[in-house]
Design a protein around this ligand. Structure first.
Ligand SMILES: Cc1ncc(COP(=O)(O)O)c(C=O)c1O
Length: 398
């Protein structure tokens, strides 16, 4: 049988592709600490489950294609608190930020188009861009420079006649980089000057650890037509399984095109929308507690990584990931070995090998992304296992 070139050019997610090895290791009784996936262990606010329990309608009906008004209103109120005003027609509810990305890219990209993305980047961007017929044009960044990419010359050097958009996550997955106000403004200016869409993936907005103000590209009125925000309850409320996200833009034409795809997929899960609307009543105290917890985890992982001989990394400022260069030949080989051969007290760890976070061939082979989503004691143990694993692996490969 024949398969599309588009899908053949995609790869399995580096975050999930080692699961078969992990399943086998678990069958053999090994405990695995998961640092590979951004699945927080912080409890989802009770309001979500209470809303599910209180659901009293006799039929679980389709929701409207744009999303349930109760959730759209909750999202609008949330943005009002950030000083950003949206109308109901500016917010489309999607199945996670993932579907918002996929719909947005399918609305703006044709075969042969390009989007500019700073690398390393969230690997699924590549899949969504390829399926829409386009390619990622990466902008290289360096750990020594805190992975900063909002530099006019760097971005303009990547723009050509096929460029349609700049896509970035802020705070950054996998780098933890947080853009400051002047950097965001620069991206908005470049998008304006070169007639590009600016897609801000802001699913980690609350996760900033230096006291920064929460930002959004939605704050710039002069790019209202070209700003597309990808948002989600997954990380914000530790509700990844709800699968609720949003595509937010004031560009009415884009929303109309998006609605064609939304109507074709009918609707987003009704009960999850009702329960997600309830999450937005959590209040700022909730975010303060969660942020303090993650800041502590960030400090732990960074401190532990910094003392492993040969490891190079820079302190992440946001999200809940850190990218690190390990003193090994190949992170995929190392990960397979950690799952198949290594064990200390019948325990091991899972990481996300770095190559899949890059579009440039050859980059990221000796890097890994670690997600600090485990509670303090588990995180400490996981980092001790990493240090031991690196030591043993290097001895074997001498
Ligand atoms: C940067 C980024 N964007 C989007 C998503 C998609 O999240 P979801 O579909 O759960 O909203 C993720 C998930 O890890 C992510 O890290």
């Amino acid at each position: 049988m024949r398969f599309s070139k588009k899908v053949q050019e995609c790869s399995l997610s580096p975050i999930r592709k080692f699961y078969p090895y992990a399943e086998e290791a678990k069958r053999q009784g090994k405990r695995i600490y998961h640092l590979n996936i951004g699945q927080p262990d912080v409890e989802t606010p009770r309001a979500f489950f209470d809303a599910v329990q209180n659901f009293a309608q006799p039929v679980l009906a389709y929701a409207p294609s744009p999303g349930l008004p109760v959730l759209i209103e909750a999202v609008i109120q949330y943005y009002e608190q950030l000083g950003i005003h949206y109308e109901p027609g500016d917010v489309t509810v999607t199945t996670g930020g993932s579907e918002a990305l996929s719909i947005a890219l399918n609305c703006i990209l044709d075969d042969g188009d390009e989007i500019i993305v700073p690398e390393p980047f969230y690997p699924n961007y590549n899949t969504f861009a390829r399926i829409a017929g386009a390619h990622i044009r990466p902008v290289e960044t360096r750990p020594e420079e805190g992975y900063r990419f909002a530099i006019r010359e760097k971005i303009e050097a990547a723009i050509n006649a096929n460029t349609r958009a700049i896509l970035f996550s802020n705070p950054g997955n996998p780098t933890g980089t947080v853009l400051d106000e002047s950097e965001l403004r620069l991206l908005a200016d470049i998008a304006k000057e070169h007639d590009l869409f600016l897609i801000g993936d802001e699913v980690y907005r609350e996760f900033v650890y230096g006291g920064e103000q929460l930002t959004s590209i939605g704050q710039y009125g002069d790019i209202a037509e070209r700003a597309i925000i990808i948002d989600s309850v997954s990380k914000r409320f530790s509700a990844c399984g709800a699968r609720i996200g949003m595509l937010i833009t004031r560009n009415k034409e884009l929303q109309q095109h998006a609605m064609k795809i939304c109507q074709a997929r009918l609707s987003v899960a009704t009960l999850d929308q009702i329960a997600s609307a309830a999450l937005y009543s959590a209040g700022s105290g909730y975010f303060d507690t969660v942020r303090a917890e993650y800041r502590q985890r960030r400090d732990t992982i960074y401190q532990k990584l910094s003392v492993i001989p040969g490891v190079i990394c820079s302190e992440p400022k946001g999200a809940f990931y850190v990218m690190a260069k390990l003193p090994i030949d190949d992170a995929e080989k190392f990960q397979t070995w950690m799952l198949q051969e290594f064990s200390d007290g019948n325990e091991t760890i899972m990481l996300a090998p770095g190559a899949g976070f890059y579009a440039t061939p050859g980059r990221g082979r000796d890097e890994v992304r670690l997600a600090y989503v485990l509670k303090q004691s588990d995180l400490e143990r996981a980092m001790d296992l990493l240090a031991l694993g690196i030591h043993e692996y290097r001895n074997l490969n001498r």
